[in-house]
Design a protein. Structure first.
Length: 455
């Protein structure tokens, strides 16, 4: 089920977790550059002895890697507090900021490094610095989000890693993200409390659509004690997204989800329900605390889902189940879902959408499985912004998918919501790539005629 708080701007995949350094030919390095580069390598390895030797050999404490990330920023996200101590003692700038990653304190909070956080705060690191200009996070929000995610079941945490594209998931950034999510909830909480003790602003609101606050993360975590601490420090219960209104909507959605007669849920959905049950008692206490503090139970402009029919809700939740499996490329779970829905009335509704989505994510084995199980390549749910499968392949420039759909009997004359056929779609994109041009030629060879529909 698409539980609402998984849709909030958790600011994970889109954040920079440390891309791989650029490589390539460069001019011959000076002796100073060589020793600085050695220091960076030692810092990344977490080797304190190596760092000490590099500094003794003349490496600058504020040396940066090829992308401009300072040694202290790299060290702050690492596990060696001794490396951080050596750099600070050698004069590393504690508040040096780098691009979208913020300061060393931001990195320590993001990775749940409690000892390193303490060292940076002792050196007067700024606690209310903006860590990510796109989302407006501060070190406190970084730490509280990490605490919330650390309490989640592993299936849910991995969702945030797998939500990126294939190059992201295979790269260093994804491993950095996994490392950040591996710290304990207790460590993240210790970081948050250290920041609060130094005057961290408890009323910061993230600048993404959901407008997360410290209170929202405490509520998501089911951490009543933290909620009490934040309220005692002056947290505004109605700032940003009113947290009590969000919780009421969340509980309503949970109860409705549990009552649905679904053929099957995704592993992600099942894990979400189990986690929600585990934190239910704590959430009830949190709601009492918020009500006592004057929190609103409804939010302005809040969508009313109560008017949705059970059939609409079933379709939405079933859609989300397939989306979960497709996004994380869980073929075993996907096959289980296909088996469950293939002979169920919901299957006729959600399997065609799953077929379209496999094209978008280029999940070839899943795509073939759906066709083998009889999913129609011509089913059309008539939903806005959701093209029939053949048009989707044409728009996306997926030649082999287009070929397989045609072999399975896809209707070349079928139109999408804009009145365009697959050939129209391919020709509109023909200047974009050779793949689009090849799809247009394939369709023409199969007898398709352009309708000449233009927007």
């Amino acid at each position: 089920m698409k539980i609402k708080f998984l849709a909030v701007c958790l600011c994970l995949v889109s954040m920079s977790y440390g891309a791989q350094e650029k490589t390539g030919a460069r001019a011959q390095k000076s002796a100073g550059e060589i020793v600085d580069q050695k220091l960076i390598a030692c810092v990344k390895a977490g080797d304190a002895d190596c760092v000490a030797k590099a500094l003794a050999a003349g490496a600058k404490a504020n040396a940066s890697n090829a992308e401009g990330r300072a040694a202290l920023i790299l060290a702050a996200e690492g596990k060696s507090a001794e490396v951080v101590r050596l750099l600070l003692e050698a004069g590393a700038e504690v508040n040096r900021n780098w691009g979208g990653e913020g300061s060393p304190l931001c990195r320590a909070a993001l990775f749940g490094r409690k000892e390193i956080t303490g060292m940076l705060l002792t050196k007067r690191a700024k606690v209310n610095v903006v860590c990510d200009s796109d989302h407006g996070d501060t070190p406190l929000l970084e730490a509280l989000r990490g605490m919330m995610l650390a309490d989640m079941p592993g299936e849910l945490r991995e969702t945030f890693v797998q939500a990126g594209d294939e190059s992201y998931k295979a790269g260093e950034a994804a491993e950095k993200l996994r490392e950040a999510l591996s710290a304990s909830s207790a460590d993240f909480l210790a970081v948050a409390r250290a920041l609060l003790a130094r005057g961290a602003d408890v009323n910061v609101v993230a600048t993404c659509d959901a407008g997360e606050t410290a209170l929202m993360y405490a509520a998501m975590s089911g951490n009543a004690e933290l909620m009490k601490e934040l309220l005692a420090r002056g947290a505004d219960v109605n700032k940003g997204v009113p947290v009590l209104a969000w919780m009421v909507q969340y509980e309503r959605e949970l109860e409705r989800g549990k009552s649905l007669a679904l053929p099957a849920m995704s592993k992600n959905q099942a894990a979400m329900l189990a986690w929600s049950e585990r934190t239910k008692a704590a959430r009830e206490e949190i709601k009492r605390l918020l009500k006592a503090a004057g929190a609103k139970e409804t939010a302005e402009g809040e969508e009313d889902d109560s008017a949705k029919t059970d059939a609409e809700t079933l379709e939405e939740v079933a859609d989300a189940a397939f989306r979960d499996a497709i996004e994380v490329d869980d073929r075993k779970d996907f096959a289980r879902l296909v088996d469950a829905y293939a002979k169920h009335p919901l299957g006729a509704v959600v399997l065609p959408e799953a077929l379209r989505r496999t094209i978008i994510y280029q999940r070839t084995e899943m795509f073939k499985l759906l066709l083998e199980r009889g999913t129609s390549p011509n089913a059309d749910r008539g939903m806005a912004n959701r093209h029939p499968p053949l048009q989707q392949a044409a728009y996306s420039g997926q030649l082999e998918y287009a070929r397989m759909l045609l072999d399975a009997g896809a209707d070349m004359d079928k139109r999408d919501e804009n009145g365009l056929t697959a050939l129209d779609a391919a020709e509109r994109q023909s200047s974009s790539s050779e793949e689009h041009r090849a799809i247009a030629e394939l369709l023409k060879a199969r007898g398709a005629k352009s309708k000449g529909q233009k927007p």
